[in-house]
Design a protein around this ligand. Sequence first.
Ligand code: ADP
Length: 448
Amino acid sequence: MFNRILIANRGEIALRIIRAAKSLGIETVCVYSTADKDGPWLEHADKTVCIGPGPSPQSYLRIDRIIAAAEVTNADAIHPGYGFLSENAHFAEVCRDCKIAFIGPSPEAMALLGDKVSCKRMAKQAGTPIFPGTEGAIEDIEEAVKVAHDIGFPVIVKASAGGGGRGMRIARDEEQLRAGIEAARQEAAAAFGNGAVYVEKFLEHARHFEVQTLGDQHGNAVHLFERDCSSQRRHQKLVEEATAPGVDPKKREAVCTSAAELIRRAKYSGAATVEFLMDRHQNFYMLEVNTRVQVEHPVTEMITGIDIVAETIKVTAGEKLSVKQEDVKQNGHAIEVRVNAEDPDRNFMPQAGLVETFVAPGGPGVRWDSHVRPGYRIPPNYDSMIGKLIVHGKDRETAIERMKVALDEFKIGPIKTTIPLHRRIMDNDDFVNATHDIHFVERWLKKG
Ligand code: ADP
């Protein structure tokens, strides 16, 4: 097992990784930027190293400084968390070259599943359901036009190297498709240095369904069931739950199994999430694979009792997965809301500055994963998420009721947060009845 893990991240996920490492008797090193010098999570690390100024390109994204910090502190592994360098295959490769374990997949498995075209090809072989569309990246526009007519409009043009919603264009007819391919190619080339794009069917009404998987270096792979993350705004998830309500058990079992098969074939070690859209008839179409631990992993931990972050550390150290598929059991239902420092009344404007009042909720089945405490000053440089409130109950109704009570207990000020929006979502009929889709929050906010 590792002696000391360097955490190449900040905030709540840095704290989450510290907790997992401590539970395994491993020391931690946190790197931080000057904007995070008073970050409360740093107090819990065994060592800390400043790696540069606030803007992440000068600190949390600096591979050279992170590797140097690992070397001077004698860290034998690096956990990238989510965001920043977590899906950067080059970083994983540099770690390997420097003989520091990267807690995540091999650079090869990451590149294979991180590229949407190669991922889709492998998914097809694994029997994971994919969107109908072009076989690979578009070489000939006429061929793409023909495919679009065959599958029927609307279609969506997407970047092979895509991420963060960039390089995507919806096309409702042939003219839009031709223009969309050009525009998406340029956007993708500028954003990712790779202009490859492909075309797939566009779903108008869909739910977001994603399968949590874990793999080890011995050829084992399991799924830990699914999450529904259909409450979104601008493609950003707001609320996530495990498991997805109202899905046919046979279809669910098939899609979860196919996701585990995909990562097994990719020789994947660590945590991966296979994301799907589900249409009204409960047909599934793979969107992409996230090759890292996700923000919403706690809901899966709550219903399975498996510490996903600890598993990623253990499998990277060469251990076998601690569970076999038949040992993975679902207990109840869990819901997470992302508490963002944003003002829902002012177009979700990010809020930086001092947190004066801070009282987190408690009680049965309530978990609060956050680095925030009274007196903490939120820096303006990073993501606005300041914590995740997770509740667990024997069924979905109990979880929703617990979430309402917990949200009502929460006191944070003077900064504004997304708590009032979450409270409204818990009362929304579409959410409660699971008749929602990925656009329901936006439609509803527009109505006022
Ligand atoms: P990114 O990696 O840029 O986040 P994704 O492939 O995950 O891209 O897609 C982002 C979002 O775009 C999805 O969550 C969904 O809302 C929408 N989207 C992507 N592909 C489709 C599709 N074929 N049909 C409908 N919506 C889609």
